[in-house]
Design a binder for this molecule. Sequence first.
Ligand code: URA
Length: 434
Amino acid sequence: MHPVDYIARKRDGHELTKEELTAWIHSYVKGAIPDYQMAAWLMAVYLQGMSKGETSALTEAMVSSGETLDLSEFGTLTGDKHSTGGVGDKTSFVVGPLAAACGVKVAKMSGRGLSHTGGTIDKLESIAQIRTSLSVTDFMAQVKQIGLVICGQTADLAPADKLLYALRDVTATVDSLPLIASSIMSKKIAAGAQHIVLDVKVGEGAFMKTIEQGIELAATMVGIGADLGRNVVAYITDMNAPLGRSIGNALEVYEAVQTLKGNGPKDLTDICVVLAAEMVHLAKKISFEQAKTDVIAALTSGQGLEKFKQMVEAQGGLWDQAQNIPVLPQAPVTWQVYAMQEGYIETIHALQLGQIAMELGAGRERKEDAIDPAVGIVLHKQPGDFCTLEAPLATLYTRTEAQARRAQEKLLKAVKWSALQPEAVPHYYAKVTL
Ligand code: URA
């Protein structure tokens, strides 16, 4: 079929077959389709949507556009997780080690942050000397020996996604459900794990603003998993306020380690236990209740922390043996922020906090920007807490006092107050399975 016909068929709301989608995507990756024709096609998909069958076929075509990792030597014990992204989201550093401590082979490849805060790899790189770029051989050896790897993409996985995402970014076609679902799932499928736990964030600080949108995206991704032979379960979780207390790369790693020591904030600990238990339940084929008991045991015994330490050291990262934490950088300025009024905190606007952290240097405004691993925010109060005038509301970690003053002003505006204690946000709003 001629490229113009692919565009016209989608423009007019027709379905493309699996063979047609494969030819279309593979030709684009080979350079045989120019960006302007793919851009027109993406806009047609954005406006017309895709059927479930087409979305799975598009994902499969994106997977087969590059290499795939073969984890079959680990049987059906392999697990992976993915979060659609949010402010203060450091769950991978807790969920991965807890699931690995329970016997799952956690093989996770992550990305860098595109916007307000760093991505998983940026956060991991705040650990002194850690390597996040592994060869396939080293990746496989670490899965075998430790049962846990979190690193950047090793092989050339789903190259179609990289090209398409860059084009979507500049053609106002990012916000399309089939395009988001196929983008995320193509990378997860290519990375090889059998069991995939998705954390779909909803709210002010997330891609998906409503629970309904989150459920629709989750159901599409669970369906893709089923069509392509993977076991996928999705949780819909809150991202109106930041997750946990810390925002900023090293600060988030530190909070994840504290959580693995049993000293983490309740919201973060609770959701990590649920996500890890789901992975253990799927991979080890035991009941969810038993899996949750095992995960809590891995947390309280310190086995989860030990797994994280093994992973950091295997990847060359430095570990402070005396404090039993990774070696992390410290910002020069520590600045306490006090509230201007007393009362309950109803919410703290996630996106605004993400933007404050980005302005301090914790995230990227442009792709080529460098990240400052040391800076960020630690909240001492979270939604539902009562805040007095005497105890600090937050601590800012910055390079200069001028930055801290500007950030303080914005932070105080991001807090919504209430005279009454607000209702607690549930650990998750919904669970989406087949
Ligand atoms: N994350 C991805 O990997 N792809 C998208 O399209 C959106 C979020």
